[in-house]
Design a protein around this ligand. Sequence first.
Ligand code: SF4
Ligand code: SF4
Ligand code: FES
Length: 257
Amino acid sequence: MSAADKGKNDLKEKVEAQEIKLIPVYVMGKRYLVPQTLTIMKAMEYAGYKYIRGCGCRGGICGACATVYRKPDDYHLYVGLACQTVVEPEMYLTQIPFYPANRANYNFEQLSSEPEEIFKLYPEVFRCIACNSCTKACPMDVAVMDFISAVKQGNLARAADLSFNCIQCGLCVSRCMGELPQYHIAQLVRRIYGGKIAPRAQHLAGSARAIKNGKYQKALDELQKCDVKQLTVIYKEREIEPEITGEEWTPARTDYL
Ligand code: SF4
Ligand code: SF4
Ligand code: FES
């Protein structure tokens, strides 16, 4: 039995044993009873919906599963990621499978690092009226209005930094009365910053040279000869850098440093 089927069976047993309560939710206006522990994505699947689009990583990083919902007796329009947001009783919800946003065409090689490149490709950036609806809608807590402000000020480094956690879900675009495609603008900014402004990492060039000169070839050849079982053992037994060392860390095996 697959892990997914086992999970479904476990859930069914817990619901039948009343260990997990069923709560009502409305999907596109239709009422369903779903286990209260599920995310919106899993609750919709429990209710019989099948995701063909609007679902990717299921882990909160691909931005495919933007959802809009309301709660009873509450005028707020809530937004979230279906794979990360747990259902609540009487929630009214729907998925936004894709939200169309203007994406400029450009040849990256021909762009300079000047902010004017962004202004030419996305003149609508100056239509921002600083309402902050985009920031409120962002499930990743990105300071969307602030990165747009940074773009307008020509501060691409700040805009790239502020927008770094964007997963391109499109929820900010859905709320923008200036009709800006914030995430496409931010992506271009990060490309320009990363490709044309940020200083080159010298150690990266050195590592690329070492790969080209065959420094790791013997190790790669050995790995390629392994079967899946051997690779699994190597992977599980590999030495991992501690998250916090407090001091400079060196692996036990240094022959490939
Ligand atoms: S929603 Fe649009 S207009 Fe409002 S602050 Fe964000 S980018 Fe500007
Ligand atoms: S900035 Fe916009 S597109 Fe990016 S994660 Fe936030 S809401 Fe989604
Ligand atoms: S499916 Fe990828 S963020 Fe939800």
